[in-house]
Design a protein around this ligand. Structure first.
Ligand SMILES: [Zn+2]
Length: 314
């Protein structure tokens, strides 16, 4: 069977060739929004995430069907509910979408207003904007809360809820192949998106990923790497937590903390000039989130201290 080699480029919308990580496990990191993957099993195909831009989603479908003509799509796993991972679901039907139950809750709440926001985010790229006129949200048909396994022949595909990046973030672990799709827990050489994050959960997720014994990690954003790549993003999160706590302890409010720390955070990863404003605003959303987390932690500690005093009094 001849493998198609796609060199087509549509504006800045890349359509690049898939890459086979280990036999039957493919990814494509040429798309915008995330790096999707698929796993061939004896009974059909299991997909991990979908490209956001319709032409890229259709290209991806074509590439899968080109690799395994006529084989059914069994399951499509969304590692989180964000547009970059789940908006292409509609182009993979018929398939059973599976994700954490909170991803279902989020995606069921995607209204026309959300679709409009997605279209608006491409207002400088009218060719892509025009592709997004028929967005159809396909929330998960099957949900899980902690762990789930898909077992097809010799393939074992484990879904593990980790949270951290969003309250729905899950990773996909193939223990025999030592491949882990780590979703947006791992960002390589770029600022993680933290606006819906929980940093303690996130740090735990990074630790869990390190302990899997994986050879290949497939990040939602950035190149395929090994477990060592998890350290940098962990340090970034720890640094942010430490600096936010410094500001909080000095009595700074949330806005002072955000504007005070955005410059320090920016230096951690390279930022292309045309994306600077967007990244700054994402970092501020992350700082906002972490400020609330630190505030809760500190208030909780004070609460514990008061409880202890009460105990003494009793
Ligand atoms: Zn995400």
């Amino acid at each position: 069977m001849a493998r198609r080699r796609s060199t087509v480029r549509i504006g800045v919308t890349g359509l690049g060739e898939r890459e086979e990580l280990v036999p039957g496990v493919f990814i494509n990191n040429h798309y915008r929004g995330c790096t999707p993957g698929f796993i061939h099993t004896e009974e059909g195909i299991v997909l991990v995430d979908t490209p956001l831009i319709p032409k890229q989603a259709l290209d991806w479908r074509e590439q899968i069907e080109d690799e395994y003509p006529g084989e059914p799509f069994l399951y499509l796993i969304n590692t989180d509910h964000h547009r970059g991972h789940a908006l292409g679901n509609q182009y993979m039907l018929p398939v059973t979408v599976i994700a954490h139950e909170r991803a279902h809750k989020e995606m069921s709440g995607y209204t026309d207003n959300f679709k409009e926001r997605v279209r608006n985010s491409f207002k400088r790229e009218p060719e892509i904007q025009a592709q997004l006129n028929n967005i159809e949200i396909i929330p998960p048909h099957v949900t899980f809360t902690s762990r789930a396994k898909l077992l097809f022949g010799t393939r074992e595909i484990e879904l593990i809820f980790v949270g951290g990046h969003t309250p729905a973030t899950s990773i996909v672990w193939l223990p025999s192949e030592k491949v882990c799709f780590v979703g947006d827990i791992l960002w390589v050489d770029q600022h993680p998106y933290m606006a819906q994050g929980n940093t303690l959960e996130w740090l735990n997720a990074l630790e869990l990923i390190r302990q899997l014994g994986a050879e290949y990690l497939v990040p939602g954003h950035g190149p395929v790497c090994g477990p060592d790549a998890t350290y940098r993003v962990g340090e970034y999160i720890e640094f942010m937590r430490r600096r936010v706590r410094d500001y909080y302890m000095e009595g700074k409010n949330k806005n002072e903390t955000k504007s005070g720390l955005v410059g320090e955070m920016l230096e951690w990863f390279p930022v292309p000039p045309e994306r600077k404003a967007k990244i700054e605003s994402q970092i501020k959303s992350g700082l906002n989130r972490v400020f609330r987390e630190i505030q809760r932690e500190e208030e909780q500690q004070e609460g514990d201290f008061e409880d202890e005093e009460d105990d003494d009094a009793g």
